[in-house]
Design a protein around this ligand. Structure first.
Ligand code: GRF
Length: 191
């Protein structure tokens, strides 16, 4: 049976798009569900385009019920992928999917992670610090923002003529390149 992926995303979902593309014709795995806290998130449209079901939930459901866990269990989800999902994952969800929840972050963690560190803020911090290199991190999720064990990092050099826009773009290219592959490699290790 194919492994089943659930993607949580709050925004545009360009990473979700790459993952859906990657597994569209895969015999190993499929994206079974896209979940979002934001009904207007473009990721919902992207899921529709792939004819992948989506599920919208609110804060209360996420933090004060077992609804999302029940849904993921019912759909026999093997791996939970956070791709631009901005809420902290609650304990009960972490416990239900031990070492099966992963996240992507647009910096070389532990640099520029933690609450409130997302989007442009991350890249601005790297530029302001005068860093010579920047990159992305794919990691397991724990009860703190951007802190679980690192699975994969990829980096690039920051050149003197780089700007916020160019380093953002370079990081995004790396995310799109590596995230689907890292998911695939993890799933290959599951029985
Ligand atoms: C990515 O930069 C990812 O690292 C971060 O959120 C962003 C999501 O972008 N967690 P997108 O919605 O996949 O385009």
């Amino acid at each position: 049976m194919k492994k089943r992926i659930a993607i949580f995303a709050s925004g545009s979902g360009s990473n979700a798009q790459k993952i859906m593309e990657h597994f569209k014709y895969s015999s190993l795995a499929e994206v079974a569900l896209v979940l979002s806290n934001n009904p207007d998130a473009y990721v919902v449209q992207r899921a529709d385009n792939f004819e992948i079901p989506s599920h919208i939930f609110d804060k209360r459901t996420f933090y004060e019920s077992e609804e999302i866990i029940d849904l993921l269990k019912r759909l026999e989800i093997d791996i939970v992928v956070l791709a631009g999902f901005l809420w902290l994952v609650p304990q009960n969800l972490l416990k239900s999917f031990p070492n099966k929840i992963i996240n992507i972050h647009p910096s070389l963690l532990p640099k520029y992670g933690g609450k409130g560190m997302y989007g442009d803020k991350v890249h601005k911090a790297a530029l302001q610090a005068g860093d010579q290199e920047h990159g992305i991190t794919i990691h397991f999720v724990n009860e703190n923002f951007d802190e679980g064990e690192v699975i994969h990092q990829a980096k690039f050099k920051i050149e003197s003529n780089d700007t916020l826009e160019t380093i953002k773009f370079k990081g995004q290219q790396l995310e799109h390149q590596y995230f689907p592959r890292v998911i695939e490699n993890l799933l290959k290790k599951y029985n």
